[in-house]
Design a protein around this ligand. Structure first.
Ligand SMILES: [Cu+2]
Length: 322
């Protein structure tokens, strides 16, 4: 599914879409009427009237004046009523959509914006079930999800048009909201607050799936990274662990535990590379590691020199982290 507020799949998104429809239809209708009347009166003006008719019109002008005044008063009244109505509708939708308290018992997901990717953390009272991941949020369909937003650097904005309205992520000032997907699906989200050079390449996916599939995903993600299945991947892991990658990335179950960049424990299971910038394929991954600055100029991932012979094992290893 693409990223579109017209494909609403959650109650808040549906309200926002309905608001847009009401505004759209009403304003287009008014625009049509105004343009129509303008064209009509322009045509009438151009018709030249004989002298005697003009004189007759002048005499009738006292009565006509009063009629016109009433017409203008009524039109003004209607305008005020419409504006008032739209204001009330708009404010009520805004109030519902920006309600920050999720229903009790909701799953809480902490979303931290970073230039230019998303750190995702599933909160849990049981520390062994806290999950850290990046750029892809899985949620159970039909359940309310509390989102606790934060930022590590500048102001970002969390936005999944099919599921909710925008919510700013502000450094040091958590923001709260909740969302729910009524239908299973893959919903694209995007940072909606200009946050620097790669703002446009700061996307993510929300994947809503039935509870049993979500639970299976969760259980699997909580596990440490898979052991390399073959010699090639084993070599790849060595390459990763002795290169500078470990200064920024974590792969649970190995010695790599840095939190500067996205957690890569189950990187191979994600749809995209670098916050929705590239589809997650071996070829794209090779391009990304060889020259991240070329793909995403300004990105905070450094170019780490990798020997040509070591690139293939490294890629095979990372893609095997499903
Ligand atoms: Cu951003």
């Amino acid at each position: 599914m693409t990223q579109s507020m017209w494909h609403a799949s959650g109650s808040n998104a549906t309200l926002i879409r309905e608001l847009a429809v009401i505004f759209g239809i009403l304003l287009i209708a008014i625009f049509g009427i105004v343009v129509g009347l303008t064209l009509f009166s322009l045509r009438r003006r151009h018709r030249s009237l004989p002298q005697e008719t003009l004189e007759r019109l002048h005499q009738a002008s006292a009565g006509t004046e009063a009629k016109l005044r009433t017409a203008v008063a009524i039109a003004t009244g209607i305008t005020v009523l419409i504006l008032f109505g739209l204001t009330v509708v708009s404010i009520s939708v805004g109030k519902i959509v920006s309600a920050s308290m999720a229903p009790a018992g909701s799953l809480t997901i902490e979303v931290t914006g970073a230039q230019w990717w998303w750190k995702i953390r599933y909160a849990n009272d049981d520390p062994s079930r806290i999950l850290q991941t990046a750029n892809e949020i899985h949620i159970p369909v039909g359940q309310s999800i509390a989102i606790r937003g934060n930022s590590g650097d500048v102001i970002h904005s969390f936005w999944v048009p099919s599921l909710q309205g925008k919510r700013d992520l502000i450094p040091g000032q958590p923001t709260y909201e909740w969302l729910q997907a009524d239908r299973p699906g893959e919903y694209r989200g995007q940072c909606a607050e200009f946050c620097g050079l790669q703002h446009a390449h700061m996307a993510f996916w929300v994947i809503a799936e039935p509870a049993d599939r979500f639970n299976a995903w969760m259980d699997h993600q909580l596990e440490p990274a898979m052991e390399p299945a073959d010699e090639q991947s084993r070599r790849g892991r060595e390459v990763f662990l002795k290169a500078a990658c470990v200064l920024c990335h974590a792969i649970r179950g190995t010695g790599a535990g840095a939190q500067i960049g996205p957690d890569l424990t189950h990187f191979g299971s994600r749809k995209t590379i670098a916050a929705g910038t590239l589809v997650n394929t071996k070829g794209n991954l090779a391009g990304w590691i060889a020259d991240p600055q070329n793909i995403k100029p300004g990105t905070h991932m450094a170019t780490v020199p990798i020997q040509p012979a070591e690139m293939q094992p490294l890629i095979d290893y990372l893609e095997s982290l499903r």
